[in-house]
Design a protein around this ligand. Structure first.
Ligand SMILES: [Zn+2]
Length: 211
């Protein structure tokens, strides 16, 4: 499996493209605006078809490019039900972002929840619910790598903001302790913004989360 880190969109949101050239399949995690421009040439070069798009949460900077990706590929979309309003009626976010952005809704095919496991790219993936930055933030955990794609719950040395609608600091802090810090130490954490980190490093050093 290959991992391509593709920061895109107006606030450099990380999209993660996982490809499995042996199976000719690929999965995209999050879809910032215009991410298709970066994804398409990689799929072509590696002769992979994008079968699924997974949204870590419903904030516009993670979903803005989603409708285009689905139109181009027919990828099935997974997301958590608690962010349904954000994903299906993204204009509600223009109110709290304070500008008009012509956001397109994304049609979700499969609603995921805490503890779901499913096969993808020849391995198993586990879903964990990490609310507090936003009600429907989930992580996608690949035990076989090991890696967790955590959206905006946890960053390298920081955590997601909790001042947006549906945010709650205490809930986020607890969810990080219960759902992320319980993953194996060596698990690489891939956040929605900025550089990767590890579970061990954040458990030892993150100033926002009590050990
Ligand atoms: Zn967010």
């Amino acid at each position: 499996m290959k991992l391509h880190v593709l920061p895109a969109g107006p606030i450099q949101t990380n999209a993660y493209l996982l490809t499995e050239p042996e199976k000719g399949e690929a999965v995209l995690i999050d879809a910032p605006g215009n991410v298709w421009r970066d994804v398409a040439p990689i799929l072509e070069k590696e002769k992979c078809k994008l079968t699924e798009l997974w949204l870590t949460h419903g904030h516009w900077d993670h979903t803005q490019g989603g409708a285009e990706v689905v139109r181009e590929t027919g990828a099935k979309v997974r997301a958590h039900l608690e962010d349904r309003v954000l994903i299906e009626t993204p204009e509600v976010m223009e109110r709290f972002m304070g500008e008009r952005m012509n956001l397109e809704p994304v049609a979700v095919d499969i609603w995921v929840k805490q503890g779901d496991t499913f096969p993808a790219l020849g391995t198993d993936v586990e879903v964990r619910h990490v609310p507090g930055h936003c009600p429907g933030n989930v992580l996608f955990y690949f035990k076989s790598l090991p890696a967790a794609f955590v959206g905006d719950a946890l960053f390298n040395g920081s955590i997601g903001r909790t001042d947006l609608p549906g945010g709650n600091f205490d809930q986020l802090e607890r969810a990080i302790r219960e759902q992320i810090f319980t993953l194996p130490d060596a698990t690489v954490v891939y956040p929605g913004h900025g550089s990767k980190t590890t579970v061990a490093h954040e458990r030892a050093n993150n100033p926002y989360v009590s050990g």
